[in-house]
Design a protein around this ligand. Structure first.
Ligand code: URA
Length: 228
């Protein structure tokens, strides 16, 4: 076989594999399928690995620095996110930005934001286990591409979707866990804080303040180690 034919077979097989991905959740999205976020977003926008693709306006893939040291993982898009195609841009997102800014973290410099599910579940219900399973391979590829040092998992669905840990968020928030060699911290979902506005000592907002300071300290520690 000539090397030209071998090369074209190689290229075709790669794109054929990608053509199959969006239609069937049984087809694995293997690590290395995507060489960049644009390709991944194209597939998400034509994906029907679960039923959520039938009703989307936009797949909501991610926003922020593609080389960020911190990745925030949410649950699934809401209405504003579905309309804009950007994660965490509604009320929860505005609070998330404030929390990050309180320790001088921003999506411009330090943070990339994504979700377990890229398409909006109707009436903002939680995604089902099979919807999460169908979609998480995209998130795994995003994590591989961004290569964050720290992953913040907002709420129990994000924790369960990525790590499989089914414990309640109040039990595990603020604790560092290691997942696939990466440091992860479960934190409250910002929507939970919107429903619990008290800032009293021990309240969810107060606990979030402790957690985000621990994240800032860990990032500084990692950066200091890298520069020494
Ligand atoms: N809640 C989430 O979990 N993700 C979003 O993108 C918006 C709200």
């Amino acid at each position: 076989m000539s090397s030209d034919i071998q090369l074209s077979l190689f290229n075709n097989s790669n794109s054929n594999q990608r053509d199959l991905i969006p239609t069937d959740a049984k087809i694995a999205i293997t690590p290395g399928t995507y060489s960049n976020m644009t390709e991944l977003a194209q597939d998400c926008n034509r994906c029907h690995r679960c039923g959520l693709g039938d009703n989307r306006t936009h797949a909501v893939v991610g926003r922020g620095n593609l080389q960020a040291p911190i990745m925030v993982v949410g649950e699934a898009p809401g209405q504003t996110e579905d309309e804009t195609g950007l994660p965490f841009v509604g009320r929860s997102g505005q609070l998330l930005e404030k929390i990050l800014a309180s320790v001088k973290l921003s999506t411009e410099n330090d943070v990339y934001i994504a979700n377990i599910n890229k398409c909006r579940p109707e009436n903002n219900r939680a995604p089902t286990p099979s919807e999460m399973t169908a979609c998480t391979p995209y998130l795994l590829e995003q994590i591989r591409l961004v290569d964050p040092k720290i992953i913040l998992l907002t709420g129990a669905t994000a924790v369960k979707g990525l790590t499989g840990d089914k414990r309640g968020i109040t039990k595990i928030r603020g604790q560092w866990i290691e997942w696939e060699g990466r440091l992860c911290m479960p934190i409250f979902h910002p929507s939970y804080l919107l429903r619990n506005p008290s800032k009293e000592q021990g309240s969810p907002k107060w606990l979030m303040w402790q957690d985000i300071q621990a994240v800032r300290a860990k990032l500084d520690e990692i950066r200091n180690l890298q520069s020494s």
